[in-house]
Design a protein around this ligand. Structure first.
Ligand SMILES: [Zn+2]
Length: 399
């Protein structure tokens, strides 16, 4: 009458509770034949024993199975033991097929969601996943990508290192912190690390030092997005200082100004562009810093060679001096400190933009589960693409 796809059992009945959960009562079709301790066939049923396990849902119904079985006694070695079924996990009260499903789903869903979905405890879900990530982590080895991206993500009030295959667009490793020692350890342990042709990073000194120590003179590229971010910070500072001095009534329009000022002029709509013009008229203090910011962006937009870019940058500095604008002084110092790496971009046009989107995945995962350990997060980031993702739907069969 019912078929749950577990041929070891004969189904006696199915009951439905008020939550619409199904409970099957089943009996094993075959008795135990050998003692698991000593292998003797000289065993007897000792007493009746019910086991309650959880199985895959049937449509919207959660499924429990009561196995009406026995405990056995071995007459040879005197040990007592329970039944062993192909379909049931020994340590968890789950069918093996449910356990496999939980392991896969942990990459996409939070422990809480999965626990509710199958009516099992969160600690059980966590235990199942922990065991699984130990298993797959043991087999995992980061590889040396052609272009390595080094970045970080803020998790649990500390920075973790994130290492990315920039061309392959995937995270290859995460480290608990981003200290020089940690980064060096990671780079040194990477097989074939001399194959790396280029490293992209932001302006964090320990990254550079670690790369120089381990990978020698490999070109380092500071991403244009990190530079423009720094540039925008300066403009933000001016805006904030001004905001303090302003009357409350004027503050609102200044708040809208943030978007208009920081967005590249080429990315503004006609209407936004007009608003910006009005605002720059109203607050002329912004005019020069704003025009300088746009002029700097143009270097990235229009310069095609390193020499051209360096030339344009010298002219940009001159314009800063000529217009008596000191707002970018510390920005200029920063560019001086990272000059080679920043202009390397014009020789190796790799960006960390992809890394940034991977960072979003990391942050999202973090938000979803406050209690995750670093190991769980790392596994979710490293393995979710390769394990959890299903292929494209295919109407054709395997034959
Ligand atoms: Zn025995």
């Amino acid at each position: 009458m019912y078929d749950i796809g577990l041929p070891e059992f004969e189904i006696l009945k199915r009951e439905t509770n008020k939550d619409n959960d199904y409970t099957y009562t089943v009996v094993p079709k075959a008795a135990m034949k050998w003692c698991p301790e000593c292998g003797s066939a000289n065993i007897v049923k000792h007493k009746k024993h019910n086991r309650i396990i959880r199985d895959l849902n049937e449509y919207e119904h959660r499924v429990g199975i009561i196995i009406q079985g026995h405990r056995y006694k071995c007459k040879e070695c005197q040990s007592y033991f329970g039944e062993d079924f192909d379909a049931v996990d020994k340590s968890e009260r789950l069918t093996k097929r449910l356990k496999t499903m939980v392991q896969k789903e942990c990459f996409e869903k939070t422990f809480k969601v999965i626990a509710e979905q199958y009516g099992i405890s969160q600690t059980s879900v966590k235990r199942v996943f922990d065991e699984y990530i130990k298993e797959i982590s043991a087999d995992y080895k980061a590889y040396a990508p052609q272009v390595l991206g080094i970045d970080e993500v803020h998790l649990h009030s500390q920075y973790c290192g994130v290492f990315v295959d920039v061309l392959g667009q995937r995270v290859i490793e995460m480290t608990k912190d981003r200290n020089k020692v940690t980064v060096k350890e990671f780079l040194a342990a990477l097989p074939d690390n001399q194959e790396i042709e280029c490293v992209t990073m932001d302006m964090w000194r320990p990254y550079k030092d670690a790369v120089r120590d381990v990978l020698g003179n490999v070109p380092i590229v500071i991403d244009k997005f990190h530079i423009v971010k720094e540039l925008n910070k300066t403009l933000e500072d001016i805006r904030r200082t001004l905001r303090k001095d302003m009357e409350k009534g004027n503050r609102v329009s200044l708040k809208n100004m943030r978007f208009l000022l920081l967005t590249g002029n080429d990315n503004l709509s006609q209407r936004q562009s007009n608003q910006l013009k009005l605002l720059l008229n109203e607050y002329p203090q912004f005019n020069v810093p704003y025009q300088l910011k746009e002029a700097f962006r143009d270097i990235y937009l229009y310069c095609t060679t390193r020499e051209e870019a360096k030339q344009a940058y010298s002219e940009w500095i001159k314009t800063c001096h000529d217009s008596n604008c000191t707002a970018y002084d510390s920005f200029i110092d920063m560019v001086k400190n990272w000059h080679t790496e920043i202009f390397n971009y014009f020789d190796y046009r790799y960006t960390n933009a992809q890394t940034e989107s991977l960072n979003n995945v990391i942050r999202e995962t973090d938000r979803a589960g406050r209690g995750y350990t670093f190991e769980v997060l790392r596994a979710k980031i490293l393995f979710r693409g390769s394990i959890a993702k299903k292929g494209k739907f295919n109407y054709k069969g395997n034959s």
